[in-house]
Design a protein around this ligand. Sequence first.
Ligand SMILES: [Mn+2]
Length: 333
Amino acid sequence: MENIKELHSLLQQPKNIVILSHRNPDGDAIGSSLGLYWFLKEYHHHIQVIFPSDYPTFVAWMPDANKIMICDTEKEKSFEKILSADIIFCLDFNALDRIDPMEDVMKKTTAKIVMIDHHMFPENFSEFTLSKTDRSSTCELIYEFIDLLHETEKINQKIADCLYAGMITDTGSFKYNVFPSTMRVAGALLEAGANNDFIQEEIFNSLGEKELRLLGHCLYNRMEIHEELETGIIYLTKEDFETFDIQRGDTEGIVNYILKLKNVRVAAFIKEQPTIIKLSMRSKGDFSVQEIATKYFKGGGHKNASGGYFYGNIENCIDRFKRSVKNQLALEK
Ligand SMILES: [Mn+2]
């Protein structure tokens, strides 16, 4: 961000600020949004965090999570906030179609737009941009942003807790997406008061009985292993969604269990929804599920973690995924 001085001076006077993140916000989306929110509060700005859709319960402990506006339920108010903002921060996404109905409103706003994000191929819609793919998370970049402003001494425990939480969710507790800077920033956040034990418990040990039994069902009844493709697939049908009363967030993280298998490098979690089939894909090492997501499933993400979707029946979707892995493996050779 070469023009950071300009942004720094804009932030010296109280402004109307909106912080936006993507649909189905994850720990990084909400952690970066509320971390930045608590940082900007130090400057007495008027700040509204807005998400297209609701956030999962394992992040509801974050301070002021209950003040986040959800566009799905407060559409007009969300649009108003965007249109009357002086500055809009776009966090953890870099393509406007990730914010659904707010996309069009964003094109009409006169606000200065700031993008802070760690995904590939950023769109060109921001005046101030901090976009780096060699960072664990947007939370890590929020720390970097505060550091660029020479304001790290303003990081209090609330900010530290939120940013730390996003870092551990995007790295699976520092198992993947870890860079040297990741550990440096994590250390700095602990020094600023981030409560590692509390956050780990809230995020990783807070399942309900229903969710743990659903995980058992996925692993025992719904997992296919294709050794020749070094691939594992878990799928859930519409009927499974009814039987287990699956709600948003209940299947979070299940895909990662497949990668615990030694001889599996590629994993997909495939969910049959009423009108669409959603895939979330993971991989180890150099195998890029991002390529598969963009080429075959109209999606995208990171090399080792991507998402996409498919229209049709679930068998055809599974077939398409297997063929795409086969093609991708052939390209490797
Ligand atoms: Mn992220």
